[in-house]
Design a binder for this molecule. Structure first.
Ligand code: SF4
Length: 240
């Protein structure tokens, strides 16, 4: 099956009623750059609800999450704080590695002074930080021209048939072509909300979706249903 392009007008009109509830995004609960990075690490392999719980627990104990404060914390204490986000052992190690890397370059101020490419390279050099985590951080801290791809965006893109592979760079590049640059952050969040409420992982609400006439997944499902209906009708005629 071939990839195809979808127009900006179509996406804009299909998502026009999707409201963004910022309080449901863990990043909105973080303030300083390192806190933003920690919030995105906490959201890896879980939903934002659990990540928010873990972030708030950590903030309650530390008041502010900075690299300098984190490197003084005991690993076990950090693991206990972030337990609500799951994979606390791996995430604690990543947070500590990130804190050390920030301190090594001169702290959060020095990080903010890096240009977006250098900042991305720096983040990707920390074990446990992948492209999605780096791009979400840079979108907020550096207003970088990146389009982060999370699990919702990957699923929607593949279902629509715009990109069939799950390749991060390919999916990100296609959304960068569709969405105007100044709206990357807004539409990154809108697509996530759309994935949470309409194009859900299980039982997507295709009948309510304004993209269904273009959607490869919907067309496939509809063809399967029509084929089944045809088979049932043939069987019932034979049995009559
Ligand atoms: S038609 Fe269904 S599968 Fe396709 S984008 Fe809409 S909700 Fe998702």
């Amino acid at each position: 099956m071939k990839n195809y392009m979808i127009s900006w007008k179509t996406i804009e009109s299909a998502l026009k009623d999707i409201q963004i509830n910022n309080s449901l995004f863990v990043v909105s609960h973080a303030r300083n750059p390192f806190e933003i990075l920690v919030s995105v690490i906490l959201s890896q392999n879980t939903n934002d609800k659990n990540a928010i719980k873990a972030l708030n627990k950590l903030k309650k104990h530390l008041k502010k999450i900075t690299p300098e404060i984190i490197i003084k914390c005991k690993e076990k204490f950090l693991e206990d704080c972030i337990r609500p986000s799951g994979m606390q052992k791996e995430k604690t190690k990543t947070i500590i590695r990130a804190a050390k890397a920030f301190v090594d370059i001169g702290g959060e101020e020095a990080f903010l002074k890096l240009d977006p490419n250098a900042a991305r390279e720096f983040l990707l050099g920390i074990k446990g930080i992948g492209k999605k985590t780096a791009d979400v951080v840079l979108m907020v801290t550096h207003k970088a021209d990146v389009f982060p791809v999370d699990t919702h965006i990957r699923r929607i893109t593949q279902r629509l048939g715009i990109v069939h592979s799950g390749n991060y760079d390919e999916i990100s590049a296609v959304w960068k072509k569709i969405v105007p640059k100044d709206l990357y952050y807004t539409y990154h969040k809108k697509l996530i909300e759309f994935g949470r409420r309409v194009c859900r992982a299980r039982n997507p609400l295709c009948e309510l979706c304004a993209l269904r006439d273009l959607c490869r997944y919907y067309q496939k499902m509809r063809n399967t249903i029509e084929e089944l209906q045809e088979k049932c009708s043939t069987i019932s005629k034979v049995l009559r």
